[in-house]
Design a protein. Structure first.
Length: 570
């Protein structure tokens, strides 16, 4: 290839070289400045984006979009039974939601797919959500299989996240004691509500709330009550088992039962705690209190003390009758054994309204039950506490309390006469047993043991006996108030008992709401036929769990009562 001839090279002078070097430095300086400005702009952009993300995480995304659930749902501590069995705990669960503004696919097709995967809503419901403006949850606590299937749809508008969720591993066991939480992670019932601040305290997150409930004892009570409720076609049922010396509630059952994992599906009847929120006239289970008041007041000096017991008693045009009328003079022992309204009415009449109210006040029967749960039913008492009211209250009519009230009253009467509030927390260094307030003397408490054992061995409570465990107690059958009048067909039946009665340790109260008579009970719907057997079966199951050994040779001293019953009454 021919090249043009090279011409002479003109040398660069020193001034020109300096000029070129200056231009080069100026160019490098400009490039450096632009690079620095670009880096600053990039850094500001990162800061703005990071700040926006932090703001969204803390305060939400705006336009109806949710915050990340894991950032705003509080983490709660565990709830366990007295032996450490988990009753409530927080787990990580999947939640599925949809943001209609981010949906890029065909919304009608997406609605069809969602209806197939989550049939709890139909296609029209999903389509309506997808056409809206705000974020909506589609599923909480979703299964991994459902999460995988929804994720496979590949729709950016579907949001799948992990969030803390409250799980009740024992499902319905002790549900009314434990309670449940709302969608925001706060307790709304039971222990979840009562100890909400404690469960949310980060300093105590590793320290569970330890309840006094015993899971095995709770399970036994619930099983026996559930069976009785079905057998007698009752509207509802309730039961309480309590340590009479510490006040610890070892079991509390309310039926229909509730599953706190899906509390919203249970309905009002299932969510209602009949054991502590319900107030019922519990009938003749009150009679031991009336006798104990008479002993304390010095009016009853012996279980052989005699009262006139005709076939009926008329007070201010009100006729009082007995299920098993004596129609003769009867002793205190016989009054209790056969649950005489007429005999008890005379004891209450001699006691008087003021002294009766004073004892009931000391036992906290005139106020809401004194313990930790928010579900506390009021005591319903007579508007005018005149002589007739005093008489009817004496045998358990005209006053309504909860089964927890009644259980604590029996604990007070048989623990030596000291009132202590019931508790659903396990007793320990942080929760000691209170000293107690004197209501009845130890002597009165001792005397009442043989009287209530007599009811079970010879009287209306025979079906409550559990061989070897020395059950003492009292039946109660009360007509229900319907539209201000007592019904002749609807009753509440209850049994309040103590075992072992010679050395009292535990109280058991069971109740059936509106039980029906059966062929096996010969049509009778009274407590001796339907709730007394529940006590027998339950005590036989739980006594070994509680360390109570059966002993057929032990009994309370029955010499104070047996001589005062007639042979033809046995």
């Amino acid at each position: 290839m021919n090249r043009p001839p090279a011409g002479p090279v003109t040398p660069i002078t020193a001034p020109e070289r300096l000029k070129l070097q200056g231009q080069k430095r100026q160019l490098l300086s400009m490039m450096h400045q632009r690079l620095m400005l670009a880096m600053i702009a990039f850094g500001l952009g990162i800061t703005v984006v990071g700040g926006k993300l932090a703001w969204l995480a803390a305060f939400g995304m705006g336009d109806g979009e949710p915050r990340n659930a894991s950032n705003y749902l509080p983490t709660r501590g565990d709830i366990v039974d007295r032996d450490g069995q988990p009753l409530a705990r927080t787990i990580n669960a999947w939640t599925i939601g949809v943001n209609p503004k981010r949906v890029i696919g065909n919304k009608l097709d997406l609605a069809r797919e969602l209806a197939k995967l989550m049939p709890e809503r139909d296609e029209a419901d999903y389509y309506a959500l997808l056409k809206g403006e705000r974020f909506n949850f589609l599923a909480r606590r979703a299964s991994p299989r459902l999460v995988e299937a929804v994720n496979a749809l590949g729709e950016p508008g579907i949001q799948i996240e992990e969030e803390p969720d409250r799980l009740y591993p024992q499902t319905a066991l002790a549900a009314h004691v434990i309670g449940y939480t709302n969608i925001d992670g706060h307790g709304v019932a039971g222990a979840e509500r009562a100890f909400d601040d404690l469960l949310l305290d980060p300093a105590r997150r590793n320290d569970p709330v330890v309840l006094s409930i015993s899971a095995p004892v709770q399970g036994a009570l619930k099983a026996e009550l559930s069976d009785a409720m079905t057998r007698f076609d009752a509207k509802g049922a309730a039961g309480v088992i309590m340590d009479i010396h510490s006040g610890e509630i070892l079991a509390m059952t309310s039926l229909p039962q509730l599953n706190p994992n899906v509390a919203g599906q249970g309905g009002d009847e299932a969510r209602f705690n009949r054991a502590s929120l319900g107030s019922y006239e519990l009938g003749s289970t009150f009679k031991p209190f009336t006798v104990a008041m008479g002993i304390e007041a010095g009016q009853i000096v012996s279980m052989g003390q005699v009262y006139d017991c005709p076939d009926k008693l008329v007070i201010r045009k009100r006729e009082i009758n007995d299920t098993h009328p004596f129609n003769r003079p009867c002793t205190v022992a016989e009054i209790m054994m056969e649950s005489s309204n007429i005999g008890t009415a005379q004891i209450a009449m001699r006691l008087g309204a003021e002294r009766q109210k004073e004892y009931l006040r000391k036992m906290r029967f005139l106020e809401k039950v004194d313990y930790e749960l928010p579900e506390r039913g009021p005591a319903l008492t007579p508007r005018e506490w005149d002589e007739l009211a005093t008489i009817t209250v004496g045998y358990g009519h005209g006053i309504a309390v909860s089964p927890v009230h009644l259980a604590n009253g029996y604990a007070t009467l048989f623990n030596g006469g000291l009132y202590r509030p019931p508790t659903i927390l396990k007793v320990g260094p942080e929760h000691p047993v209170p000293e107690g307030e004197r209501v009845f003397s130890e002597s009165t408490s001792q005397k009442m043991r043989a009287l209530l054992r007599l009811v079970v061995t010879h009287g209306t409570g025979r079906n409550a006996d559990a061989p070897g465990y020395r059950v003492g107690g009292k039946t109660g059958t009360a007509e229900k108030l319907v539209n201000g009048r007592y019904s002749r067909t609807l009753v509440t039946t209850s049994f309040a008992g103590v075992f072992p009665i010679d050395e009292p340790r535990y109280v058991i109260v069971v109740m059936l709401d509106e039980p029906k008579g059966t062929k096996e009970t010969f049509g009778w719907r009274t407590a001796g036929w339907n709730v007394a057997p529940v006590v027998s079966e339950t005590v036989a199951r739980i006594a070994p769990m509680l360390g109570v050994t059966p002993d057929a040779t032990r009994e309370p001293d029955m010499a104070s009562v047996l001589p005062f019953i007639r042979e033809d009454e046995e």
